[in-house]
Design a binder for this molecule. Structure first.
Ligand code: AMP
Length: 218
């Protein structure tokens, strides 16, 4: 299955995309994680992307298209993938369609997880991430067993640089202006599946899997 996870920052896209990718046995492709790894490695892409990311702006489309094209060409994407954080603009969505059409493929479903702005601000200011295995935590809803250490790999957890309240507000504005129009774009294509993003991780996952079972074998 070829899936896209869409929603505001802090909607739970990363968490749910991870669970769905495990369940379906296809890779989760988080463009944010790929960019953060490139920033940490001081790779060319990371140097170009860092200032945009730190301010809560989007990284330019041409860089994102090249990144996604290269990742989708890898053999592990042959059976499907879960895109988490891409596309975020209409030109990105159209470019993805063109890439897939060239391979006679298409997106099977777009999982849109919606949550209110205040929930986003609260969730992200309490978020901690593992720079090692990319596991995600929330100090209230899903705390690590040991303070500041990843349950999965023991790496010290960090707060993302862009999870400060001012940057979260900028990211929400960017989301509304640039990314929200994709809801109509995918609705018109008949592939949009909307899920409320407030509830337990397990309940939201169950709701998403129910939606996906209508699309195909999951
Ligand atoms: P995320 O981890 O998905 O919240 O992404 C973190 C940051 O990486 C975003 O705020 C953007 O600056 C950048 N980013 C990730 N994915 C994209 C994308 N598809 N287009 C543009 N910028 C992106």
């Amino acid at each position: 299955m070829r899936l896209i996870f869409l929603g505001p920052p802090g909607a739970g896209k990363g968490t749910q995309a991870g669970l769905v990718s495990q369940k379906l046995g296809v890779p989760q492709i988080s463009t944010g994680d790929i960019l953060r790894d490139a920033v940490r490695a001081k790779a060319d892409l990371g140097l170009k992307a860092k200032a945009f990311m730190d301010s809560g702006a989007l990284v330019p489309d041409d860089l994102m298209l090249a990144l996604v094209q290269e990742r989708l060409e890898k053999p592990d994407c042959q059976k499907g993938f879960v895109l988490d954080g891409y596309p975020r603009t209409l030109p990105q969505a159209k470019a993805l369609d063109r890439m897939l059409e060239a391979e006679r493929q298409k997106i099977d479903a777009v999982v849109f997880i919606d949550v209110k702005d205040e929930v986003v601000v609260w969730r992200l200011s309490r978020r901690r991430v593992c720079p090692g295995c990319k596991a995600l935590y929330n100090l209230d809803a899903n705390p690590p067993r040991m303070e500041d250490k990843c349950d999965e790999c023991g790496t010290a957890l960090v707060t993302r640089a862009d999870d400060s309240e001012a940057t979260i507000r900028t990211r929400l504005k960017v989301y509304r202006n640039e990314t929200l129009p994709l809801v109509d774009y995918y609705q018109a294509k008949g592939v949009l599946k909307t899920t409320a993003g407030e509830g337990t991780v397990e309940d939201i996952f169950t709701a998403i899997m129910e939606e996906l079972s209508e699309v195909g074998q999951v």
